[in-house]
Design a protein around this ligand. Structure first.
Ligand code: ADP
Ligand code: MG
Length: 474
């Protein structure tokens, strides 16, 4: 697996030539981001970071990840509809984690009022790494499932063309022909369009709820343009604008300055920092509305790390997916070891184990977006400090996945061209639509491969650590 491009990876002249071609191809293909210096305008843009070479991915594990995606869609949907499970699972977390607690309060409030929403749209991305066993064989291990604002489905649909060209420049025409086509943005748009149609108002728009700073706007535009192609009108709004312009009518239809909204697609709203008093109020307004939220707040909660950890307990999947033993087995086969740090003997024991052997684990708070997890010495220090406090329960512990590194070049604007030891993370996009109790769409929508240098324990593409990649199946 590590040796896919051994003959070219150390050939400095060939690499330099290929990198120049690659960067121009990325710009031509639209693998773009706004710059850090001018994040609010598209006057100056640059290429989004990507690998020079596609990374080797074991075909069997790639297929396994696709084969389990519909099961994960079902599971997330089931969790989102199970009040008792969410309540029990998050009870300890919401005592100490203010952000999760506030989301949970909105969840309870909209349930008490009674849901106006009848059509549900899920767009998620299940992320995996390839754990290398002692005997050298690799196993698919889920890192997490993102149920809100899962990104890069647009830009990644353009990286395969770039890598195909790079391989040709490097004399690998045969290998170039094996790179798979991939267009998650199209699949995501299909789900949004289906939800829009079932909402049933020709006049209504799809609203992208977007960040204050939108460096990754081109990724979103890919999905947006797919909707325009279907003659579905799209507007982009921030929480601030929802607070100022949003209102509900008597049947809780959502309007933005008089314009009815059928679907709210969140590309924002998963980190506490964006929520001031007005944003919380805007969020509540959206959740109370009849509009299809992607995700609704229950589905956002279903994506918390605490839920992930509880799902791994023996018997839980069987309860959530009754009568589906095969789906349960496929899902469970992807789980890494996950451990609760709730107060009590079980938590005490695993905390002590992790302090004694921190390199075996990752310590995770209930946060999204990369850069929040703790590893090694830092994990040990933090756990030692909080092990006898309730704060411990705001974290979970997870077995650390140890993939086999491979050599590659990470192409980043204004950075020197240098070889790095890299590891990759594979994401599969899932999309589903439910009307009342009936699931009317359930699909895998494409994939995303992200690669980073091994010296970084954590962090995604948006965080400036990982870069876009294309799988080369081996
Ligand atoms: P976030 O919600 O911040 O994206 P993740 O659980 O995806 O949180 O973790 C962020 C990053 O940390 C991942 O992309 C991966 O690189 C690394 N990571 C997370 N869990 C593990 C693990 N169990 N073993 C090794 N690396 C991990
Ligand atoms: Mg992640």
């Amino acid at each position: 697996m590590a040796a896919a491009w051994q003959d070219v990876v150390r050939d400095a002249a060939a690499v330099r030539e290929a990198a120049a071609v690659a960067v121009d191809a990325a710009l031509l293909a639209g693998v773009l981001m706004r710059t850090g210096e001018q994040p609010h305008a598209s006057d100056v843009v640059n290429y989004a970071p990507f690998t020079l070479l596609p990374s080797a991915v074991p075909r069997a594990l790639f297929e396994q990840a696709y084969a389990v995606q519909q099961d994960f869609n079902l599971l997330v949907d089931a969790v989102s509809q199970n009040k008792e499970f969410l309540e029990q699972t998050l009870a300890s977390t919401i005592k100490v984690d203010d952000f999760t607690a506030r989301l949970f309060r909105i969840y309870m409030q909209v349930l008490e009022e009674g849901l106006a929403q009848t059509v549900f749209l899920g767009i998620n991305r299940s992320d995996y790494m390839f754990d290398c066993g002692l005997d050298g064989t690799a196993a698919l291990r889920q890192i997490e499932i993102n149920t809100i604002a899962a990104s890069f489905g647009g830009l990644t649909s353009r990286t395969a063309d770039v890598h195909r060209l790079v391989l040709k420049v490097l004399g690998k025409t045969e290998e170039a022909s094996h790179l798979l086509p991939n267009n998650p943005a199209k699949g995501l748009a299909l789900g949004i369009a289906k939800a829009w149609e079932l909402y049933g108002s020709q006049r209504a728009v799809v609203m992208f709820l977007v960040e204050e700073v939108q460096r990754n706007i081109f990724d979103q535009r890919c999905v947006e343009n797919e909707l325009w192609n279907r003659n579905i009108r799209v507007v982009r709004k921030r929480f601030r604008e929802v607070f100022e312009q949003g209102s509900l009518d008597a049947s809780r239809r959502l309007y933005m300055d008089g314009q009815e909204v059928a679907v709210v697609y969140y590309r924002e709203g998963y980190v506490p920092q964006v929520y001031d008093r007005q944003s919380w109020e805007a969020r509540l307004l959206l959740e109370r509305s009849r509009a299809v939220k992607c995700p609704d707040i229950a589905t956002q909660l279903a994506g918390t790390k605490k839920v992930q950890q509880e799902l791994s307990r023996p018997g839980t999947l069987e309860k959530l997916l009754p009568g589906r033993p095969e789906a349960v087995a496929r899902i469970r086969a992807t789980f890494a070891g996950l451990y609760s740090l709730d107060e009590g003997e079980e938590g005490d024991r695993i905390a002590a184990t992790a302090i004694a052997d921190p390199d075996r684990f990752v310590l995770k708070p209930q946060r999204e977006g990369g850069g929040n997890n703790l590893y090694g010495e830092e994990l040990k220090e933090v756990l030692e400090k909080i092990k006898d406090t309730p704060e411990r329960t705001s974290y979970i512990l997870m077995d650390k996945i140890k993939p086999q590194p491979a050599l590659n070049y990470l192409l980043r604007a204004h950075s020197p061209l240098q070889v790095s030891e890299c590891i990759s993370e594979l994401g599969i996009f899932g999309v589903y639509v439910r009307q009342g109790r009936e699931l009317v769409l359930n699909q895998a929508a494409g994939h995303l491969l992200r690669t980073k240098a091994i010296e970084h324990a954590d962090g995604g593409v948006a965080a400036g650590v990982a870069v876009l990649d294309t799988p080369f199946l081996v």
